[in-house]
Ligand binder design. Structure first.
Ligand SMILES: Cc1cc2nc3c(=O)[nH]c(=O)nc-3n(C[C@H](O)[C@H](O)[C@H](O)COP(=O)(O)OP(=O)(O)OC[C@H]3O[C@@H](n4cnc5c(N)ncnc54)[C@H](O)[C@@H]3O)c2cc1C
Length: 406
């Protein structure tokens, strides 16, 4: 079978692959570059990302702060972020005519609120730069040669002086890499919501508030907005825990207890004192009728009931046990988590190539020269908010620069 020869081959037509291909071609327009994609369509994850709006990056402009958003990859990405990070992504897209906007929580989206804007930008750039896009072309095997790499695919053989693997979490490629001597860190889900069936949150779907959450018997804790859903709990406070605890929670088979403090910054002792003051101040009022601490009325009533306080109880009639119990419910409600659900806006897999085997100055393999990696194929992942794409942009850019040299 004939072999098609390229300067650079990119395997994987996703975010990292496209960003690398376009930047390599911009660095050196003379290079012959192709993207090999196993699917019928490219950029499928970009399409569905951010609920169809594509959360491109996050308005965090300090490399050190940005790197802290990566439970896996924090140390390794710090250097690359000095090379290409948020501000560079914004400028890169602006230069291609795409304006990004920042939402209140820092997430950045194209002003069109449509992921197709990003896809069109990438495919148009490829056309302009003469980058070949070969779909339905699945990498099956690869072999190192004196002058680069030889690839066996479902559409014949290819050769390239430099090869970038950006195939995400495809297990077949991971097996192939294992054969080549790479340590692959086992894949486990990250960014998921907690399934909880509990009367205290039943019927409260949609209620959101700032909270502190701890996972019992672990060191995992987080704070931020917590959202009650039909199935349990979600929101940044929960999603952050799912990312930082991806491995530990997998080991626990997603069965564990969490302690929720609905009044962040307040502990049970301080709360008890506060409730004693309220007992005096509101002595003649029914406890459930007037929510305190900015809690929604329904959540307040649920917590009051959980503290064994009957509906028609005046503040003045609360006994010591009831006060103690309410203080606990407000600052340390324990919930049993039974399983997880997919967070539809964004989810990722933790795991991939062991970062020790990659040179993060170039994203080149430390084992094989002329072999590069970018995106989710590496054991790098982030909390939700646009950080996972930023990893794809940064890796794609740094690898492109290195591959386009000479
Ligand atoms: C529903 C959802 C929403 C998301 N939303 C966001 C968001 O808004 N913001 C954010 O930052 N992150 C988001 N993410 C995460 C983000 O999509 C990923 O981190 C990112 O796509 C990783 O890019 P990648 O190029 O490494 O991998 P991928 O995007 O997975 O691309 C890999 C490509 O390689 C191809 N491939 C695999 N094997 C082969 C093979 N053998 N031969 C040829 N091609 C192959 C695949 O078909 C695929 O096209 C979301 C993820 C999901 C699932």
């Amino acid at each position: 079978m004939n072999t098609s020869a390229y300067d650079i081959l990119i395997v994987g037509g996703g975010a990292a692959g496209f960003f690398a291909a376009i930047n390599a071609a911009e660095f050196n327009p003379k290079l012959r570059i192709a993207i090999l994609e196993r699917g019928k369509e490219v950029l499928q994850k970009v399409k569905i990302s951010g609920g169809g709006r594509c959360n491109v990056t996050h308005a965090e402009f300090l490399p050190k702060e940005l790197s802290k958003k990566y439970p896996r990859g924090e140390k390794e990405l710090l250097g690359p972020f000095h090379n290409f990070m948020t501000g560079d992504s914004i400028a890169w897209f602006a230069e291609k005519g795409i304006e990004l906007k920042t939402e209140e929580d820092g997430r950045m989206f194209p002003v069109t609120d449509d992921s197709q804007t990003i896809i069109d930008c990438f495919t148009k750039s490829c056309r302009r730069l003469g980058i070949e896009i070969r779909t339905k072309t699945s990498l099956q095997d690869l072999q190192q040669e004196q002058e680069g790499w030889k690839l066996k695919t479902s559409k014949g053989n290819f050769s390239a002086k430099k090869l970038l693997l950006a195939t995400g979490s495809n297990s077949k490629i991971w097996q192939l890499l294992e054969k080549l001597g790479y340590d692959m860190v086992e894949a486990v889900p990250s960014l998921f919501t907690f399934n909880i069936q509990d009367d205290r949150i039943d019927g409260l779907a949609g209620v959101a508030r700032e909270a502190e959450v701890r996972i019992q018997q672990t060191k995992l804790q987080s704070s931020g907005p917590l959202l009650i859903t039909h199935w349990g709990m979600s929101g940044p406070a929960i999603l952050k825990l799912s990312a930082w605890g991806a491995r530990e929670l997998h080991r626990l088979k997603y069965q564990f207890q969490i302690k929720v403090n609905w009044i962040p910054g307040m502990e049970a002792d301080g709360m008890l004192e506060k409730l004693k003051e309220l007992k005096i101040a509101h002595s003649r009022q029914f406890v459930p009728s007037r929510p305190q601490f900015d809690l929604s009325k329904r959540l307040w009533q649920k917590l009051v009931r959980a503290a064994n306080i009957p509906e028609k109880t005046n503040w003045a009639d609360l006994n010591k046990n009831q006060l103690q119990s309410l203080a606990e419910e407000l600052t340390a409600s324990v919930f049993q988590v039974n399983g997880k659900s997919i967070f539809k806006e964004e989810f990722v897999t933790a795991g991939g190539i062991d970062l020790k085997q990659v040179n993060f100055k170039t994203f080149e393999s430390k084992i094989h020269p002329n072999l590069f990696f970018a995106g989710e194929i590496l054991n790098i992942d982030a909390i939700t908010g646009g950080f996972n794409f930023q990893n794809a942009w940064t890796g794609g850019f740094v690898a492109a620069k290195a591959m386009a040299k000479n």
